[in-house]
Design a protein around this ligand. Structure first.
Ligand SMILES: C[S@@+](CC[C@H](N)C(=O)[O-])C[C@H]1O[C@@H](n2cnc3c(N)ncnc32)[C@H](O)[C@@H]1O
Length: 282
């Protein structure tokens, strides 16, 4: 295979190569877990990932959605959960064909193939005919997208009036004060290994949501609630079976594993934040 060149090619390559090992060690949810508001509740890590979905929904006060978009859906873990929880028809988008194929298998196993559809498509290329949606769910994927203002506009345009956007994403802390050199260094490492363009703060997402036309905008910082997650991922990566899997899946996955230390460093220093945004199309 040719060396991936563009950002989207690198993201696709990263998830095509690393999804198998993530499924082996963690399962269908490719996002942080929720360990209580201050991160001190001890629980099974899979349960913590499911709790993140339910707490996020509760925070967004969403109880039903006939049509929803899971923007950056991985193998559809949230999509299937929300299809059941909200009785929704879900369109999921990912850049990774490996994830889309796996999602189709999982959808069939769950008997949800008529309700959840996962396609390989850049979310920025969303067409009006694919919507409109009552809910757009974007869980840990917006950090991959370089044009954040355009992304918020695409989401706004794809929602039905009254529709809701729920976004959880990796951010840098609010500024001022300006990011220090050490903080910038850590964030650059995270960006390099996980194929992320420069991050922004949740305050900047909020301003962009206003500019896109959204109302009822609220933000939150759940960094404390998710803090135990990465130490748990590191412990799981150090199991022998996972090390063998890491070596088999090669370059991008190994670099991703190496970068876990920068996630922990980022959260400890306060430079990296887990930001939430909810917003409504009037
Ligand atoms: C960390 S995974 C999160 C997956 C899923 N939301 C979950 O929580 O299990 C990031 C996902 O974003 C997707 N992604 C990144 N950039 C994208 C883009 N421009 N369009 C569509 N999907 C994108 C990747 O393909 C991947 O599936």
């Amino acid at each position: 295979m040719q060396t991936p060149q563009t950002l989207n090619e690198r993201i696709r390559h990263f998830y095509d190569r690393s999804t198998g090992i993530w499924l082996d060690t963690w399962g269908e949810h490719m996002h942080h877990g929720y360990y209580g508001p201050d991160g001190t509740t001890r629980k099974d890590h899979l349960q913590a990932q499911i709790d993140l979905i339910t707490e996020f929904l509760k925070w967004g006060k969403v109880e039903r959605a006939a049509q929803m978009l899971d923007a950056g859906c991985g193998v559809g873990g949230s999509a299937r959960f929300l299809a059941n929880a909200l009785n929704a028809n879900v369109l999921g988008l990912t850049l990774s064909p490996v994830q889309a194929e796996q999602a189709a298998r999982f959808n069939q196993q769950a008997g949800l193939e008529g309700q959840v559809r996962v396609e390989v498509q850049d979310v920025l290329q969303l067409k009006p005919a694919q919507g409109p949606f009552d809910l757009i769910w974007s869980l840990e994927s917006a950090e991959h997208i370089p044009e954040k203002q355009r992304l918020l506009q695409v989401f706004f345009d794809a929602l039905r009036p009254g529709g809701v956007l729920l976004m959880a994403t990796w951010c840098h802390r609010n500024t001022p004060p300006a990011l220090r050199t050490g903080e910038q260094h850590t964030l650059q490492k995270i960006g390099k290994y996980y194929h992320l363009p420069p991050m922004i703060s949740i305050g900047e997402y909020e301003q962009m949501a206003h500019a896109a036309g959204f109302t009822s905008i609220q933000t939150a910082d759940w960094t404390d609630a998710i803090a135990p997650f990465w130490p748990a991922v590191i412990r799981s990566a150090l199991r022998w079976r996972s090390i063998a899997g890491l070596l088999r899946s090669g370059g991008p996955t190994l670099r991703g594993a190496w970068a876990m230390q920068f996630m922990i460093q980022g959260y400890r220093s306060g430079a990296l934040r887990f930001g939430l945004l909810q917003a409504r199309k009037p």
